[in-house]
Design a protein around this ligand. Structure first.
Ligand SMILES: Nc1ncnc2c1ncn2[C@@H]1O[C@H](COP(=O)(O)OP(=O)(O)OP(=O)(O)O)[C@@H](O)[C@H]1O
Ligand SMILES: [Mg+2]
Length: 476
């Protein structure tokens, strides 16, 4: 990184010359002044990336330290280096206090020292630049999501703050305006359809049709007519002419979902349409020209399918203008709390009269303890079921447990304790044994924190201690 413009202030012409030589050799533009006030004035109207000030600027002149202070107040981002003839500790301390990033003594090693100091300034500038870029990216991500929310409402909003979801959002934003195919990959329920929707919504085609087809849901003999349409009498049952999805999507976007299982022959047909945007209806002779942006998705491992010879490499290359890979939810668990809050808000909006307003920390812990093989879709279902069953205004751990699949909620599996009831025993013994089991389970869930276990069970700490002693619940 080269520093663009450097302002130097020294009353000695030979020092100014030396500074100019050193900095110009590094590719910088140098503007020299013998007077601090002039430099301040110049900097008020021009931009510079670094100022180098001499400490002693001559009799009856403000010192470099004072100039430094003035500049600091006006241009807080401008790095300043102070030069001095003597280099006492006091001067150094004053310079740093005035806001200089470095302090250099004018001695025979001045050139070397300048070199080192400039490198330091370059590093500082690089950091500042990286920080500004990051802030800019964050602003853009927030703006993307805001635009999605405004354009399409909460239903199509993509929620997630993990690094991997940020990358996904950045790619969506970047590729949306480009009229080329996009391939969306990821396990089931990770949000592939949502991403396709977002790309369309953020593209200049947003007001044109968005057509989807699930290629795996239609037998291949029908898929051709579904995609390309057919003429009257094309096959038994084709009583009238029908437009295919490619025609319906003309001007807009066609989402080809689950493209992983098409025959090689059919893949070749798709490839041809992608290349030439031209096709014929089944049993038709007219060549139809369209302008369709294709987004394809699959949860199949296409790399493997290509290696096995079941997916055409040329089709992959065509579709993979941009590839957006969605990671399983288990690999971005930090997104679970905001996703849960999002689904709660969405559910409340959809259905009036839901008492639940917020999610307790304990409930979030329960959400976090499961690994979601069905990914975001499964989390959404669990949140909705838990909210639907809950009575209070806060979602509790027990509410979540009730909605988790049995293997995730069963303490017998998750903690190794089990509860075996014995119908031959008298009722009070059966109740005691159940209570002891509940307490032990609460302890294990809270990693033996008795206060938390009591809270989990909804009893006071004293009540819990009573049972703890009664059932001998020490860890042993
Ligand atoms: N990042 C996310 N933010 C908000 N909702 C999401 C997110 N990811 C997924 N969802 C929701 O989860 C559900 C499943 O998402 P979607 O249908 O897009 O997944 P998919 O990858 O296409 O799944 P499949 O492979 O089964 O077709 C939808 O209700 C969707 O709105
Ligand atoms: Mg899908």
């Amino acid at each position: 990184m080269t520093i663009g413009t450097i302002v130097t202030v020294d009353d000695q012409a030979e020092v100014r010359r030396l500074l100019a030589d050193v900095f110009k050799a590094k590719g910088s533009h140098v503007v020299g002044f013998d007077d601090g006030e002039e430099a301040i004035q110049w900097l008020g109207a021009n931009e510079a990336d670094l100022a180098v000030l001499d400490l002693d600027l001559g009799p009856n002149k403000r010192s470099g330290i004072e100039i430094c202070r003035s500049l600091r107040a006006r241009l807080p981002d401008l790095p300043i280096i102070i030069l001095t003839g003597h280099g006492t500790i006091d001067d150094a301390v004053m310079a740093v206090k005035a806001g200089a990033v470095d302090f250099i003594t004018k001695d025979p090693y001045l050139e070397d020292k300048l070199e080192i100091s400039v490198e330091k300034v370059e590093r500082i500038m690089q950091h500042a630049l990286a920080r500004r870029q990051l802030e800019q990216e964050n602003r853009e991500l927030r703006a993307t999501n805001e635009r999605l929310r405004k354009a399409a409402g909460r239903r199509w909003q993509i929620v997630g703050d993990s690094q991997s979801m940020r990358t996904v959002l950045t790619k969506i934003e970047r590729v949306a305006p480009v009229p080329r195919p996009v391939l969306v990959l990821g396990p089931r329920g990770t949000g592939k359809e949502l991403v396709a929707r977002a790309i369309h919504t953020l593209s200049p085609r947003a007001s044109e049709p968005y057509i989807t087809i699930n290629c795996a849901a239609v037998p291949e003999s029908l898929l051709e007519s579904e995609l390309f349409g057919h003429e009257e009498g094309a096959f038994t049952g084709a009583t009238k002419q029908k437009e295919g999805k490619f025609e319906l999507a003309d001007g807009g976007t066609l989402f080809l979902d689950e493209i992983g299982n098409m025959s090689l022959e059919f893949q070749a047909k798709i490839l041809r349409v992608l290349e030439y945007q031209r096709f014929e209806r089944v049993a038709g002779s007219e060549s139809i020209q369209v302008n369709v942006r294709v987004i394809a998705a699959t949860n199949a491992d296409l790399k493997q399918a290509m290696a096995d010879g079941t997916f055409r490499r040329d089709l992959y290359d065509r579709l993979a203008f941009e590839v957006i890979q969605l990671p399983p939810l288990a690999q971005r668990m930090e997104d679970v709390p905001i996703l849960a809050a999002h689904f709660l808000a969405h559910f409340r909006q959809e259905l009036s009269g839901i008492p639940v307003r917020e999610i307790s920390a304990a409930a979030l812990d329960r959400f976090a303890a499961y690994d979601y093989p069905g990914n975001v879709r499964e989390l959404k279902n669990i949140v909705e079921r838990a909210v639907y069953m809950a009575q209070g205004s806060t979602l509790t751990a027990a509410d979540v447990d009730g909605a988790l699949p049995p293997e995730a909620q069963s303490p017998a599996e998750s903690s190794g304790t089990s509860f075996a009831d014995d119908a031959r025993l008298p009722l009070d013994q059966r109740v005691d044994s159940f209570e002891a089991w509940l307490c032990r389970d609460a302890l294990e869930r809270t990693r033996y924190k008795q206060k938390e276990a009591a809270a989990l069970l909804g009893i006071t700490y004293d009540q819990f201690r009573q049972r703890y002693r009664k059932y001998g619940l020490g860890k042993d």
